[in-house]
Write a protein that binds this ligand. Structure first.
Ligand code: B12
Ligand code: SF4
Length: 430
């Protein structure tokens, strides 16, 4: 039996707004796919042959001798994924879909595929393959949460196999936890991976890092919960840092995903130790949390001071705070652009990215805006943080779209000195 895994392409910021390339003096970096397919490949029986197509690199819509086509996608890729599903089925190939979008929207996906997997794939994947082999796929598989202590390392060789001269990411995600007990309105994690946090064993995380180091690649701790200030995630990260420092080792960690409240809740000493253990950069996601949401309304100077303090703390520890600003929250108005840019100047930010609030289907924000009749389109390829897909509270959709472009322009235009940066410093994933 043979399975063809496909990672469908999606529109990136510069695809939708090519003018960004004129004034953002950084290289556009195409990062690795989500870990989903590598996780499934790792639990695929040896007698099943695997082929992988990354549709971002080469059109995946080609004939195949596979017996089953398996699509993995999040919302920005859903339009393309459903198109690919239709095309492969027209060729007579059974199609199974999984990932963030199918998990949160199985009813949207079901008409295009033979089977939808809801939830984490590992617990049901062998059953899916057995059913496909028997020609008896079920329309829907509801997967229980995986036991992380039982999982093998993700099989990254499937991704390495499609690398070439133009696509050779120097970092790949390392997952340290799944699930989250918080209820941030824009986040898909609690709805897809459960409402409690499960941590991998330390050995598993070390294994993931070693697997990358062996081929000269860095680890990106991209998960939004990686720097959680308490609980399983915190204990695991502390154990990892202790282990590395005790062994006199450094891991190559390109970045850790984090938020400003998480930085403020962390003693500087812990930040410094993380730096010593190899953390180069924080990817500071804004707009989800109370500090960043209030910092740019202009009504709460204390929130802005707290945001400044968060940046200072990163710098004190020697960790670069690469910040993502999200515009379009209900309290954002015409003045938000200037306030964000003034903040960026005040803290002398070197690199930043800008995003439009996007109510991803299945998240609390989606349910609220749907109930308020504020969803403007269900064209999923526009759900990529670069387009306005909802009715903003205090601006027109057109004004919000322009505000997003003004932010990119205001921050980057004329900053030619950034062209002198090299390596990872010179790049941006947008
Ligand atoms: C790395 C990452 C990226 C990478 C890779 C893209 C990707 N597809 O994930 C990059 C940097 C490109 C990226 C970009 C974006 N991302 Co992102 N990203 C992540 C992150 C942190 C980790 C992904 C990952 O490796 N997960 C681990 C694997 C194991 O999980 P998984 O893919 O879901 O796979 C499991 C199951 O879903 C299932 N499964 C998956 N596929 C399949 C297929 C089959 C056949 C089966 C049976 C099962 C199955 O089994 C897997 C194993 O259990 C996630 C957070 C997360 N926890 O997922 C956010 C996440 C996927 N990103 C998200 C978003 C919103 C974005 C952006 C649109 C915006 C932004 N600001 O980040 C941008 C895109 C912007 C653009 N236009 O370029 C949201 C998605 C929301 C949604 N409803 O779709 C997430 C969930 C973050 C969040 N907190 O909400 N992202
Ligand atoms: S944004 Fe982070 S803290 Fe909030 S629910 Fe999502 S994973 Fe949890």
């Amino acid at each position: 039996m043979k399975v063809l895994f496909v990672y469908p392409r999606f529109q990136r910021h510069a695809d939708d707004h090519p003018e960004l390339l004129d004034y953002v003096p950084l290289e556009e970096y195409l990062g690795s796919p989500s870990l989903g397919i590598a996780c499934l490949a790792a639990v695929t029986p040896d007698d099943v042959e695997i082929e992988f197509r990354d549709d971002r690199l080469e059109d995946a819509d080609r004939d195949t001798d596979a017996d089953l086509v398996a699509l993995s996608f999040f919302t920005p890729a859903a339009t393309r994924a459903l198109e690919l599903a239709d095309r492969f089925r027209a060729r007579g190939k059974p199609v199974v879909a999984g990932g963030v979008f199918p998990t949160l929207n199985p009813e949207v996906v079901a008409p295009h595929v033979d089977a939808v997997v809801v939830g984490e794939g590992e617990p049901v994947w062998r059953q899916v393959l057995a059913d496909a082999r028997a020609g008896a796929l079920r329309p829907r598989y509801d997967a229980p949460l995986a036991d992380l202590a039982e999982l093998p390392l993700p099989d990254l060789s499937v991704y390495f196999g499609v690398e070439n001269e133009v696509f050779r990411p120097d970092d790949y995600p390392v997952q340290i936890t799944r699930g989250c007990p918080m209820k941030c309105v824009a986040c898909a994690i609690p709805g897809t991976m459960g409402r409690s946090m499960r941590a991998y064993p330390l050995e598993h995380v070390l294994g993931q890092i070693e697997q990358l180091a062996r081929v000269g690649k860095c680890a990106s701790f991209s998960e939004d919960t990686s720097w959680f200030p308490a609980g399983a995630s915190r204990r695991l990260l502390d154990a990892l840092v202790d282990h590395l420092l005790e062994q006199g080792q450094r891991a190559e960690i390109s970045y850790i995903g984090v938020s400003m409240p998480m930085i403020l809740a962390t003693p500087v000493d812990r930040l410094r130790r993380a730096r010593e253990a190899g953390v180069e950069m924080f990817y500071l996601v804004g707009g989800f949390d109370p500090v960043t949401r209030r910092a740019f309304t202009g009504e709460d100077p204390k929130a802005e001071d707290r945001a400044v303090r968060a940046m200072d703390r990163c710098r004190e520890a020697g960790i670069e705070p690469y910040t993502s600003f999200l515009i379009g929250n209900d309290d954002d108005d015409e003045g938000t652009v200037d306030r964000m840019l003034e903040f960026a100047a005040r803290v002398e930010l070197r690199k930043a990215e800008f995003a439009v609030r996007t109510p991803y289907p299945g998240t609390p924000d989606w349910h609220r805006l749907s109930a308020e009749g504020r969803i403007l389109t269900r064209d999923w390829q526009r759900y990529n943080d670069a387009n306005v897909v909802f009715q903003p509270a205090r601006m027109s959709p057109e004004r919000l779209q322009q505000a997003y472009l003004d932010l990119w322009h205001g921050f980057y235009a004329g900053r030619e000195e950034l062209r002198q940066l090299s390596g990872r410093d010179a790049r941006i994933q947008f």
